[in-house]
Design a protein around this ligand. Structure first.
Ligand code: UDP
Ligand code: MG
Length: 307
């Protein structure tokens, strides 16, 4: 039986890119000789994106077009695609032709040949502007320092995954999704193909500074309890400091030479502060653990099972 590929394309104000995009994607799909379906998601565009992709779907029943009620952000548009995808391979890429659809053939080849579950397209040259480029380096650096697993540098949501990964992704119920972290978190075997990322064909980026910060924080807080640990360490440090202050106050008291009332005042302040910091430290640990629990992420993922 011929295998099927689902293509996921989040679109936010991409009206001028879509014709060219579909033409190039179709050529690329013809080359790989798989059955296919394409899922376009209009993430609350204010231009004619919906008009474009709904006409694509009307002309070709292998194309599904979905319009979101407002702009939810690329991550959530991708999530819609994951929920509706049912292929043996799932290919996600941007609609602005920064991610060349022609890379599909090489990615499929790599996946089959090396028996991989994920193939990331990794950019060799980063042509983004100075800020975007270095903020991304910085983010991956921090992420890989604070999280227990690594996420690959210079990859975006331009990737090919197989059915195994798709099924695991469909099971994940957390609301705060960060695919770039979740996919390496799931595990299995991954590999890379290299490409040169082009400039966006038409239009401007849909990423604002605030959505980038949001994205970065989501990544870190979702996969690391280090921020909570930092608060726990600060708390412990503060307790230690107040113990030293108390000892100092007592020593000064017994060696005479202090203004009346100074020692008792300092001791009261110190003990109160120790109590407050102690409780804050406890709370931060519990809140962190509650956060981990409410995400209901699967506890483990099985690769194979015999009998
Ligand atoms: N996108 C989206 N919702 C958004 C922002 C972007 O669906 O709120 C889509 C966009 O249409 C494109 C992809 O996500 O297909 C990447 O967005 P963009 O090109 O703006 O990001 P950049 O390449 O600048 O990081
Ligand atoms: Mg882009």
């Amino acid at each position: 039986m011929v295998k099927k590929i689902s293509v996921i394309v989040p679109c936010f104000n991409e009206e001028n890119n879509l014709d060219e995009f579909l033409k190039r994607l179709n050529n690329s799909l013809n080359e790989v000789k798989l059955d296919y379906n394409i899922i376009f998601i209009d993430d609350g565009s204010s231009d004619n994106t919906w008009k474009k992709i709904s006409s694509f779907a009307n002309d070709n029943n292998k194309i599904t077009s979905i319009k979101l009620a407002r702009n939810f952000g690329q991550e959530y548009a991708l999530k819609v695609g994951i929920d509706y995808a049912n292929g043996d391979y799932i290919f996600s890429l941007d609609a602005d032709l920064q991610d060349p659809p022609e890379l599909l053939k090489e990615m499929i080849f790599k996946m089959k040949n090396e028996n991989l579950n994920v193939v990331y397209a990794q950019r060799t040259k980063n042509r983004e502007n100075f800020f975007k480029k270095y903020s991304s380096y910085f983010f991956y650096f921090i992420f890989n320092k604070v999280c227990k697993f690594k996420i690959p540098q210079q990859v975006s949501d331009f990737r090919l995954i197989d059915k195994k990964i798709l099924n695991e992704l469909k099971k994940i119920e957390e609301n705060d999704i960060f695919f770039r972290g979740l996919i390496p978190w799931i595990g299995f075997k991954s590999g890379f193909v290299k490409f040169e990322r082009q400039q966006r064909l038409h239009g401007t980026t849909g990423m604002t500074l605030s959505s980038m910060i949001d994205h970065a924080l989501r990544g870190i807080f979702n996969f690391s309890n280090l921020p909570m640990r930092i608060s726990f360490f600060i708390t412990t440090l503060m307790i230690f400091i107040f113990i030293i202050i108390s000892i100092y106050a007592l020593i000064s008291y017994f060696s005479g030479d202090v203004i009346r009332g100074w020692t008792s005042l300092l001791l009261v302040i110190s003990f109160l502060s120790i109590a407050i910091f102690f409780i804050l430290g406890l709370i931060s640990e519990y809140v962190g653990r509650i956060y981990q629990e409410v995400k209901k992420r699967p506890k483990y993922i099985i690769d194979e099972k015999i009998n």
